[in-house]
Ligand binder design. Structure first.
Ligand code: ADP
Ligand code: MG
Length: 168
């Protein structure tokens, strides 16, 4: 059984707030795989997750350094695969420590290397809704380990188009 849920936000502050709730609830080993076009809010959501984990300091997109490590309640690895050519190159980077080291892992542009991630990851799709400040954040087929945080999120951020679908 799997679930999907979508949240609409009306500005960067709200997207960060969604992230903060996720970060507060995160457990060691959580992997958040973020997809969506430039400007959809992937880094913004990451900033919120970092703040929920108690990371102090500013989180920027690690596009040029590929992976950045932050220390909060747990270690946060923030990666950006925008410049990667495909899964093979991602394998060569040796992401074992980031993915399986007991911290939290957030990967922007994860679809560039989809097959390297374990099934217990949370695919999170961000997108523009209109030409303004509205964004959608969709959690796709969430594995059971993310159930509590996502149920909490859909209660905290009830948007008109929130859908809770059960696909068995
Ligand atoms: P990405 O990492 O997906 O390329 P960023 O998080 O770096 O996107 O940038 C998102 C941009 O969109 C920021 O400039 C932010 O201020 C703006 N923005 C406007 N509305 C929102 C929203 N609802 N959620 C997130 N970002 C928003
Ligand atoms: Mg980004």
């Amino acid at each position: 059984m799997s679930f999907s849920t979508a949240i609409l936000t009306n500005g960067p502050g709200q997207t960060q707030e969604v992230g903060r709730v996720i970060g507060e609830q995160s457990q060691p080993g959580d992997i958040f795989l973020l997809t969506g076009p430039l400007g959809a809010g992937k880094t913004c959501l990451t900033q919120g997750i970092a703040s929920g984990l108690g990371v102090s300091g500013y989180v920027r997109s690690p596009t040029f350094v590929l992976a950045t490590r932050y220390q909060g309640r747990l270690t946060l690895h923030h990666m950006d695969l925008y410049r990667i050519s495909g899964a093979e190159e991602a394998w060569d980077l040796g992401l074992d420590e980031q993915l399986f080291g007991g911290g939290i892992c957030i990967v922007e542009w994860a679809e560039r290397a989809a097959e390297i991630f374990p099934p217990e990851s949370l695919w999170t799709e961000l997108d523009h809704v209109d030409s303004g400040d509205q964004r959608s954040i969709s959690f796709i087929d969430w594995p059971d380990r993310y159930r509590t945080v996502l149920e909490q999120l859909s209660t905290a951020f009830p948007s008109p188009q929130t859908s809770n679908e059960v696909n068995s």
